[in-house]
Design a protein. Structure first.
Lengths: 115, 114
């Protein structure tokens, strides 16, 4: 089955710096790669996703890239702010179709942004 | 607010007991996924229902079962509870956007087994 590895497990940056989180997946059939942000005690919140027919997607300060050949995908946050501090999870799934499949998650990255 | 509701928010119970967690998906969404989040295991998929039928199983113990009702709400039943079952249990609603299924999570139920 699918396996998702996520690095680093913790990341500390200064406010205004960029942060990059990287994930690899094992199942070449996966075609949907969402990223979730989870604050302490709260639900995982979908912040951006990328589908396998796209190499890059950007939404304001957040961008995701996908390299299907290498089975890598990454989250880039620019101009970080203290409110970006949270745990970020990458995930992979076969998301195409009426029902889709379950998300397989990485272990998470704890991002700390200090002002 | 994701539009997904879960009850109760917190549950405290004893080993050996049985509990039921409830989830209502977003209006119009047919899929419900259950995930368990513990400190050592991260977010793990338990089971998926689509339009009332079981679609896929993940790392779900035999002591756990679920169902999805005609109104599309779902219940996760946990029995013969053990200390290690203490965790956050999330359900997610599968929303078709374009031809892909996005998943939106409910607020979760925190289960504590004493």
């Amino acid at each position: 089955g699918e396996n998702v590895e996520q690095h680093p497990s913790t990341l500390s940056v200064q406010e205004g710096d960029s942060a990059v989180i990287k994930c690899t997946y094992s199942d070449s059939a996966s075609n949907y790669f969402p990223w979730y942000k989870q604050e302490l005690g709260k639900r995982p919140q979908l912040i951006i996703d990328i589908r396998s027919n796209v190499g890059e997607k950007k939404d304001q300060r957040i961008a995701v890239t996908l390299n299907k050949t290498a089975k890598h995908f990454s989250l880039h946050i620019t101009e970080t702010q203290p409110e970006d501090s949270a745990v970020y999870f990458c995930a992979a799934a076969m998301g195409k179709g009426q029902a889709g499949t379950a998300l397989i998650f990485g272990k998470g990255t704890t991002l700390s942004v200090s002002s | 607010d994701s539009g997904v509701t879960q009850t109760p928010k917190h549950l405290i119970t004893a080993t050996g007991q049985r509990v039921t967690l409830r989830c209502s998906p977003r209006s119009g969404d047919l899929s419900v996924y259950w995930y368990q989040q513990s400190l050592d295991q991260g977010l793990q998929f338990l089971i998926q229902y689509y339009n009332g039928e079981e679609r896929a199983k993940g790392n779900i113990l035999e002591r756990f079962s679920a169902q999805q009702f005609p109104d599309l709400h779902s219940e996760l039943n946990l029995s013969s509870l053990e200390l290690g079952d203490s965790a956050l249990y999330f359900c997610a609603s599968g929303h078709l956007r374009g031809s892909y299924n996005e998943q939106f999570f409910g607020p979760g139920t925190r289960l504590t087994v004493l």
